[in-house]
Design a protein around this ligand. Structure first.
Ligand SMILES: C[S@@+](CC[C@H](N)C(=O)[O-])C[C@H]1O[C@@H](n2cnc3c(N)ncnc32)[C@H](O)[C@@H]1O
Length: 249
């Protein structure tokens, strides 16, 4: 990842020997990066100083061309909150409904490795192909299985799973399927952008799920300039409400 510290611009690039990297600050010879430690400063042909780092997963998704957006994705700032309240970690079995571009699938697959599994369902075969390509390009461990299926009509194959994550427009239509797939006490998580969806969802959870928690995750980043520490102007961008519930028996 190439980092321009003044404006905090990031660019994730693939290093190919002898292939110049063209940037808005001038071009860079790969030989000026190869062999350097992460955190080193390099220069473009125009003398612009930039810093190199190994890209983090979210940077590979948000700042590179190797990840294609077929849909809106779960925002990386919500990833940690979702998995901490659902106890998702190594060895866990997770079902995801709505693979989309595969952004969250990538994060989950890393997290459940090496022995856990992510079963991710997508109704649109083109999106499923884009997601598979994205996961391959991101170098995600093979802990995911993508299935092309309309879950509303055809349900979920797995049972006794630890968590079901739902990111589709009508999550209330898959609540019964999620209920059957989950182990007793398992966690249902739904990622929904409107209050109206939350209301329909809540009605559908009655007598099936308890300990229901709905989170509006405010995220505010500060400008890291020692003489001007204040919220970044673009720091509050709404993503979605996140609903959690535990399966009743
Ligand atoms: C907002 S995207 C999911 C984005 C994904 N969570 C990510 O982080 O990249 C919603 C996806 O759900 C899929 N979808 C909608 N209804 C579905 C259904 N009944 N069964 C399976 N997938 C469905 C859509 O085709 C779309 O790709």
């Amino acid at each position: 990842m190439i980092f321009e510290p003044k404006k905090r611009k990031k660019l994730v690039v693939k290093l190919v020997p002898n292939k110049r990297i063209h940037t808005q600050w001038g071009y860079i010879e790969p030989s000026s990066i190869i062999g350097k430690e992460p955190g080193s400063t390099i220069e473009t042909h125009l003398g612009k100083k930039l810093i190199i780092f190994r890209p983090l997963l979210y940077e590979k998704i948000e700042h590179s061309k190797i990840f294609k957006y077929a849909t809106q994705i779960v925002r990386p700032r919500d990833w940690g909150l979702i998995v901490s309240f659902a106890d998702i970690g190594p060895g866990k079995i997770v079902v995801e409904i709505g693979t989309g571009s595969g952004g969250f699938t990538a994060f989950l697959s890393h997290l459940v490795a090496p022995n856990g599994r992510v079963y991710s369902y997508e109704v649109d075969s083109k999106r499923a192909s884009i997601a598979k390509e994205n996961l391959k390009n991101l170098g995600v461990p093979p802990t995911y299985i993508i299935k092309v299926r309309d879950v509303i009509k055809e349900g979920i194959d797995e049972s006794d799973v630890d968590a079901v994550f739902v990111d589709i427009p009508e999550p209330w239509l898959v609540v019964d399927h999620a209920y059957r797939a989950l182990k007793p006490g398992g966690v249902l998580i739904c990622y929904v952008p409107t209050f109206n969806q939350i209301q329909r969802l809540l009605e559908s959870l009655e007598r099936k799920f308890s300990d229901v928690k709905i989170v509006d995750h405010f995220y505010r980043e500060l400008q890291s300039i020692p003489t001007a520490i204040r919220p970044l102007l673009e720091s509050y961008v709404f993503s979605a409400f996140i609903l959690f519930g535990r399966k009743l028996v």
